[in-house]
Design a protein. Structure first.
Length: 206
């Protein structure tokens, strides 16, 4: 069995279901897409269904304990609550999908995240592509090309069928383009520190 090093797992909404029709908070009422290609990165309603029931006090006690454990393992400033074992992540996924398949498990890997979270070994990861995100804040793909496709049109060819960059080759150019757009009022400022901008490999975990 071939293994790889990852930083951890997340339960996120499926790309075409990453939306909140009620439009609450940071969640959009429709799933972000470009010509039928949905955004498939890190910023997809992480742990949403578990958290909804936790705050409404309907989450089963066993899952409350698992949620607290995950939170306790992520006592850092990143705001990303990675689970370190696949068994627990699958329990959370099963609960999140109890009313129908709306979520999936993704694995994350990046040098900056590894410095904050450490790494674990994992198997059966289907790497999908690269997101560009500010650790703990937002995705520059979601807030950039998916929000203002005309402004970032020259990068459309770099997106694959998962709504991610197919390689890291054009990442520096994209980040610079995004920074210019921020200065011109054409994109949202989504970082408190530019050093937190990271290229994160996204994989499907089986």
């Amino acid at each position: 069995m071939n293994t790889v090093r990852i930083c951890g797992y997340l339960v996120v909404r499926l790309p075409h279901l990453s939306m909140d029709p009620a439009g609450r908070g940071a969640f959009t009422p429709t799933a972000p897409q470009l010509s039928g290609v949905f955004y498939g990165g890190i910023d997809r309603m992480q742990w949403f269904d578990v958290d909804e029931d936790f705050y409404s006090r309907t989450l089963p006690e066993e899952l409350v304990r698992l949620r607290e454990r995950i939170r306790g393992e992520n006592m850092d400033a990143s705001g990303i609550y990675l689970c370190r074992d696949l068994t627990t992540t699958k329990i959370m996924l099963e609960y999140s999908n109890r009313a129908g398949t709306a979520n999936e498990i993704i694995a994350l890997r990046s040098p900056k995240l590894a410095k904050i979270k450490g790494e674990i070994e994992a198997a059966n990861i289907d790497w999908r592509g690269f997101d560009i995100a500010t650790i703990g804040e937002a995705s520059l793909l979601l807030e950039g090309i998916f929000s203002n496709p005309e402004r970032f049109a020259r990068f459309r060819s770099e997106l694959n069928g998962h709504g991610l960059f197919r390689s890291e080759g054009h990442v520096p150019e994209y980040i610079q383009s995004y920074m210019t757009a921020v200065n011109e009022g054409a994109a949202e400022l989504v970082w408190s520190d530019p050093a937190l901008i990271d290229t994160i490999a996204i994989g499907a975990a089986n």
